[in-house]
Design a protein around this ligand. Structure first.
Ligand SMILES: [Fe+2]
Length: 254
């Protein structure tokens, strides 16, 4: 299995706080079926100032080296969780941000209460500049919970949609869970990732989510979400999915 969203580099954001914790996270991920992982530290101007460069490169290689020394056969790849702002495209063009494993795919998040028009604008700017946005955890955004048709529009525009396992399992509350399950039922999700931050809570265990997805959505859909599309992102190939079902608003019945 390939986890494309995890905060496992120690000491760079609100994820792992130590190398010891990162190794525990890596062991747990590996023992629950993950053998490839795109590490995605936050790059969030003003909060987590992580940009491509020597400092982050050294942290990334430090973790890779530690995995090797501990005999944990988990392969790491570079990535970031980019906080979308007016500067995102410029930072990408200047190679200040890590795309997902050097592909055109970028993992991008927004404020939970952002204006949808602003989100649409930033996503379109990235796409028009040749990048392929993967929208991180849309079910967590209040503007998506209020209007999930936004995700249908993103899907149709060719953006990738990534849900967090915790959103599906209910760790972020019922509104978020209801939204996540609804997006899955509407065929609007390309992949599911851990978005793990530490041990104990928001951890990288993928057992429960695998079982839950298989039980509710079947093996084929689960495989697409956890293996097929994450593998395509890793290799920079086009994503696959089902025919999405739009959200019909009340007005459409009038
Ligand atoms: Fe994240």
């Amino acid at each position: 299995m390939i986890d494309i969203h995890i905060h496992i580099i120690p000491g760079v954001d609100d994820g792992s706080r130590s190398l010891e914790m990162s190794l525990a996270m890596a062991r747990m991920a590996y023992e629950t079926g993950v053998d490839h992982m795109i590490v995605t530290p936050h790059s969030y101007p003003g909060l987590y100032e992580n940009y491509a460069g020597e400092r982050l490169e050294a942290k990334y290689h430090g973790l890779k080296e530690a995995l090797r020394a501990q005999g944990i056969p988990l392969r790491l790849y570079r990535g970031m969780e980019i906080y979308g702002t007016e500067d995102t495209v410029s930072l990408l063009k200047r190679k200040k941000l890590w795309t997902l494993n050097h592909t055109k795919y970028i993992l991008i998040e927004f404020g939970f209460h952002e204006e949808p028009d602003f989100v649409n604008e930033i996503l379109a700017d990235c796409y028009d500049a040749g990048y392929r946005p993967i929208v991180a955890h849309p079910a967590r955004y209040s503007f998506v919970q209020a209007d999930p048709q936004l995700v249908y529009d993103w899907y149709q525009k060719g953006y990738g949609i990534q849900l967090n396992k915790g959103s599906i399992l209910g760790s972020n509350g019922k509104r978020c869970q209801d939204c996540a399950l609804s997006l899955l039922r509407h065929g609007l999700v390309h992949c599911v990732a851990s978005d793990a931050h530490r041990m104990g809570w928001r951890e990288p265990n993928m057992d429960t989510i695998t079982q839950e997805l298989e039980k509710n959505f079947g093996e084929e859909y689960t495989y697409m979400l956890l293996e097929e599309n994450p593998g395509r992102i890793l290799d920079g190939r086009v994503l696959v999915g089902y025919d999405p079902i739009p959200y019909i608003s009340d007005e459409d019945y009038e």
